[in-house]
Design a protein around this ligand. Sequence first.
Ligand code: ADP
Ligand code: MG
Length: 640
Amino acid sequence: VTTAITMKGTRSEKDQDAPALSQAELKKQSMQEVRRSLPIFPYRDDLLAAIHEHQILVIEGETGSGKTTQIPQYLLEDGYTKGGMKIGCTQPRRVAAMSVAARVAEEMGVKWVTAFVLRTAHQREPVIIIDEAHERTLHTDILFGLIKDIARFRSDLKVLVASATLDTERFSCFFDDAPVFRIPGRRFPVDIFYTKAPEADYLEACVVSVLQIHVTQPTGDILVFLTGQEEIEACCELLQERCRRLGSKIAELLVLPIYANLPSDMQAKIFNPTPPGARKVVVATNIAETSLTIDGIIYVIDPGFCKQKSYNARTGMESLIVTPCSRASANQRAGRAGRVAAGKCFRLYTAWAYKHEMEETTVPEIQRTNLGNVVLLLKSLGINDLIHFDFMDPPPHETLVLALEQLYALGALNHMGELTKLGRRMAELPVDPMLSKMILASEQYKCSEEVLTIAAMLSVNNSIFYRPKDKVVHADNARMNFVVPGGDHLVLLNVKSLIKTQVSGHHFRARDVRDQLEGLMDRIEVEVVSCQGDSVPVRKAVTAGYFYHTARLSKGGYKTVKHQQTVYVHPNSSLFEEQPRWLIYHELVFTTKEFMRQVIEIESGWLLEVAPHYYKSKELEDSSSKKMPRKQGKTKEELG
Ligand code: ADP
Ligand code: MG
């Protein structure tokens, strides 16, 4: 029985039997019944006893068994919050944090406040829950080391490490052989189907599979795993369009996306029960692999890919790459189909690929990311010796060294490796070091108003100018309305000011981030002032933060200045046709080639001004003094 059905049944029964109960009371009662139906419930008292007995406990349970939503409530019911104490819960993903917080609040009939950043466990929380430990995100891994250390001198602190059924022995081992509490899952069998040959276009294959399931298979919702927002939006559009064309020939298909930047009201929709006669298809990122559980899923479609950060410690370049997911991921995905009944998982790859082309497990993020942020954070917490920090899986040595070098170049560390005053201020901002340096540099260039907006826009989304394959012309025309000379950062600024009144989607998120950053300006003593439309100060501030990301146009195209790596302007960029001589990029994305996403035009002289210790004037000499001929194409005026 799915929880959704239980809830419905309870409500109508009560409606007849006890009309005196108010709606709110009814809701509370049915919620309590749902809570009691979760796999974790029979183990409630044993779990609380184990928590009482041990300082550190690893809790393993199948996804959806109730770890995230129930454990904090059990602790509260058991008196851990007496005297106004707070239980600390950490979630590696923002979307999941908001969604589960909303859910717990609903179950308890209260309002719930979430904080996004846990800096230290200094507030004397009686319990800290490190949730979704198996995800092994950068911050979860850092927390492991910090909390293990804190637990040594705070014997009153309880540490709960909650994980899906993946590698929990490793957690136990890391926390000095902490016991593992296992919640037996209820899993129904899932039939797994592979394709006979590799799929050339997995997006199209997903769309076809969804429609096939919809017309040939019995009731049950579908979950599709894609790698990111653009793919998900494209898939949803294709599905909607084909359903429209088929019209009343097929039953109703509700198409619902879920990814990190989706507005929260849209996110909440995936949990709504499917109306009778219809079918729901949720098109999701990895978020639905273990962090969120959607009841009623019977069919899973898994193309076998995910988007991963990858880091080259030699060149210092970080890129997002779509890669095959691990076997562990594939198995978690399949498991989503067997929560409420026997299910089916359609893998859009061959059985051979599963065996031979996929890695056993996903490499922890700490081993494939730039560590600048982490080093800054740890240094600001007074942890100077990073080489001997207790990492569960240590990052590669050269990555750590490079992070130290970059922070030195940014002026955040002195030659002894200690935080400078600038570094201390940078650490106050919950963003990457380059971004925080850019924000701090805006003080000097008197353009903090503009730079804050750009920082917020950059940190929330990469695709305001999303170009669906079938609507390229339309999208490009729309984009032209916002284009201003100088580069994408300035376009973002323009977009933001033009749509100030229209609060939706990304822009809503961007405003949140901007408000949060602006709130922190006081702490780091930066006055918020505007440069009144002059783009030079803004571009100089960007250069001060991102001088590492400089590319120069030479004969064969763009090359990065320090490592001579060939890179390309992303076709979505406002500078795609323009090809200025010197560029700074915000990030690299590898699809068919290394693309620079979000680029801005700069003058090479500025590099010497903002990073004299990093660039020598000789490196920045132009091979010819003449400007490169501009590429043929329509000018901005012609395009209107
Ligand atoms: P776990 O952490 O063990 O994976 P959860 O506590 O997240 O399990 O989920 C327990 C149950 O709560 C699931 O049945 C899930 O569908 C439900 N649930 C969680 N979040 C929400 C939500 N936002 N809305 C509706 N149901 C939810
Ligand atoms: Mg959970």
